[in-house]
Write a protein that binds this ligand. Structure first.
Ligand code: SF4
Ligand code: SF4
Length: 324
């Protein structure tokens, strides 16, 4: 019997999701033994023509990481959708837009200027920025067109399962692959992780006072955080109440607050949930003190929506901007 075929593909992301597959360590040998990789651009040399030549639905599962930001990415994920029985949105960029979708809160032209002309480390006297069509020495050149909005994978293709994380942990990947190979995947459209909040399993949850009341917000580098006490009880923003459980809280164990990388746990807007939770905990006294506390939150969008702008009410898509 032929082995199940697996494709791994990469869009707008940092490469950490591919790394996390390698983090399976010796278990990767079992995976490689049990399946046939047909695409994994960061690790193996396959060509898209080989995928195009496969019959439709011939690939058992495609693990697609990264947000969708240009025409080439959209073309490849649509090809993989056609050729795959199961598509898993792999990692928080694919599930929720991730860090790349913070771009949806900015103007694309400004972002290009920062990246290609105004950055202190860039020398670009002619101010050249990438464009889809250009000419060089009489030759026409083309590049993928960049979209104005960054989209999560299920905004572009039908997705069967979601495996969030930045990146998903090795144990989450191993459980998902085991369920897949044993034919024990849950209901289609499920998130392959717990449906509870991170606080529900966090070892510091018991240290939370009955009522948390924050009189002063501080950042982690400004204080010596107590390694046994809930971060919120110390006035340090921790995204645990609005974040999906399942990572085994490595950040908390390292005495760093959660930044929310597993995304929302109940399909709500992660940032709205966290700001609502925080609002109920702040004890500012009067309006001026409350404003001072809010103003003290450096980079609110990056704090509350770092991994989920494309899945949020705030920046799912910029008003009046069509990608096509
Ligand atoms: S807020 Fe953070 S530190 Fe406190 S219980 Fe939740 S995850 Fe743990
Ligand atoms: S503790 Fe939070 S930021 Fe850290 S891995 Fe878990 S979900 Fe991600």
């Amino acid at each position: 019997m032929s082995k199940p075929k697996v494709a791994v593909s990469w869009n707008s992301s940092c490469g950490g999701c591919d790394e996390s597959i390698v983090d399976l360590e010796e278990k990767i040998l079992d995976v490689a033994e049990a399946v046939e990789f047909v695409l994994w651009p960061c690790a193996m040399d396959f060509k898209y023509e080989q995928i195009e030549a496969l019959p439709d639905e011939d690939i058992t599962v495609s693990l697609i990481n990264g947000a969708i930001q240009n025409t080439d990415q959209e073309h490849v994920v649509k090809l993989l959708r056609r050729k795959s029985k199961i598509v898993i949105a792999f990692g928080s960029c694919a599930c929720y837009g991730g860090v790349p979708s913070l771009l949806n809160l900015k103007n694309l032209d400004d972002s290009f200027r920062v990246s290609y002309t105004n950055s202190p480390t860039v020398i670009n006297e002619q101010g050249t920025v990438p464009s889809a069509d250009s000419e060089d020495d009489g030759h026409a050149l083309s590049l993928p067109s960049v979209y104005k909005s960054v989209r999560k994978l299920d905004d572009v293709i039908d997705v069967d399962y979601f495996l969030p994380g930045c990146p998903p942990t090795a144990s989450m990947i191993a459980s998902a692959l085991t369920a897949l190979l044993e034919g024990k995947l849950p209901e289609r459209k499920s998130v392959l992780a717990s449906n509870k909040s991170l606080c529900s399993s966090c070892s510091r949850n018991d240290s939370k006072p009955e009522t948390v009341s924050i009189k002063n917000l501080v950042r982690i580098h400004e204080v010596k955080a107590d390694p046994g006490l809930c971060f919120l009880a110390q006035g340090i923003i921790c995204m645990g109440p609005a974040t999906r459980d399942g990572c085994d809280y490595p950040c908390i164990k390292g005495n760093m607050p959660c930044t929310g990388c597993l995304g929302p746990f109940d399909r709500t807007d992660q940032g709205a949930k966290m700001t609502g939770t925080l609002g109920g905990l702040l004890e500012a006294g009067d309006e001026e003190a409350a404003k001072k506390m809010a103003d003290g939150i450096v980079d609110p969008a990056g704090t509350f929506y770092r991994y989920s702008v494309a899945a949020s009410l705030l920046g799912g898509k910029r008003e009046g901007e069509e990608n096509e």
